[in-house]
Design a binder for this molecule. Structure first.
Ligand code: MG
Length: 258
């Protein structure tokens, strides 16, 4: 069968050429990644306790990790019964350490006897990056938003005047509330222009209220947001000037994201 034999030869030659292609047939292990292995982290006994690799910013004992934003002197808020309470006359406080990208856990409580209304009812804030004195930076609003109407881009869980929270899971005054935040810091070019914007994801009492929101710049009381170059920055807590009773914080920890 010479003709058939030559066909077999031709087919063999074709297969020889095509062989490298067939040799690349996908295997399950082709898409397995083994290195580098994620770092082993022991979770807290509850999902709010600091995991083993967290930097504890406040464990209820002292304000050793905090300074006054005004003059960098030791923070003068009140610490008692495992809780820190805003001292309005002492002004904002911020972490001694500066951060870039991180995961943050912080708990806060509006006093059960809170008075006032709107923005003047338990106003404070977590500035995810403090870029200067006063309220300079990027504020995740803290406010009594349990039956307290205000502009929605200024209620608890908002990125102040930029992002309305996706829900309002606020607990009533007197109850502890949690924020769990993922902060991606903005990056800048040498000339100060924006390279990549900031992003934030926030869980408020375990409920997603900000989903990878892209910030337009710093959060401002008046005017349009804009970016100002910084590299790393402290996390700041606000002593708001309203007349309502000061709020409290506890159990604050951060995990830096490299
Ligand atoms: Mg505020």
């Amino acid at each position: 069968m010479p003709i058939q034999f030559s066909k077999v030869l031709a087919l063999s030659a074709l297969l020889a050429v095509a062989a490298p292609v067939y040799a690349q047939k996908a295997r399950p292990e082709d898409t397995e990644v083994w290195q580098p292995a994620p770092q082993v982290v022991t979770p807290g006994a509850t999902c709010t306790a600091p995991p083993s690799d967290a930097i504890v910013l406040f464990d209820g004992k002292n304000l050793g990790q905090w300074v006054s934003t005004r003059d960098k002197s030791p923070a003068k808020w009140t610490v008692a019964n495992g809780v820190m309470t805003v001292n309005k006359s002492a002004g904002n406080i911020e972490t001694k350490k500066s951060f870039k990208d991180y995961q943050l856990h912080i708990e806060w409580k509006i006093p059960s006897d809170i008075t006032g209304s709107g923005q003047a009812r338990g106003n404070s804030g977590v500035f995810l990056a403090s870029t200067g004195p006063g309220d300079d930076g990027y504020e995740l609003q803290v406010l009594d938003s349990y039956n307290n109407r205000t502009y929605v881009n200024g209620q608890a869980g908002s990125i102040y005047k930029q992002a309305i929270p996706l829900a309002n899971p606020a607990r009533k005054p007197g109850e502890w509330q949690t924020y769990d935040v993922v902060w991606t810091a903005p990056t800048f070019n040498d000339d100060g222009s924006l390279k990549t914007p900031a992003y934030v994801t926030v869980f408020f009492n375990g409920v997603l209220v900000q989903n990878h929101f892209q910030l337009q710049g710093q959060t401002l009381y008046i005017g349009k947001p804009f970016y100002k170059k910084y590299d790393t920055a402290p996390i700041k807590l606000q002593a708001h000037g309203d007349k309502s009773q000061p709020i409290s914080f506890r159990n604050i920890w951060v995990r830096e994201l490299k």
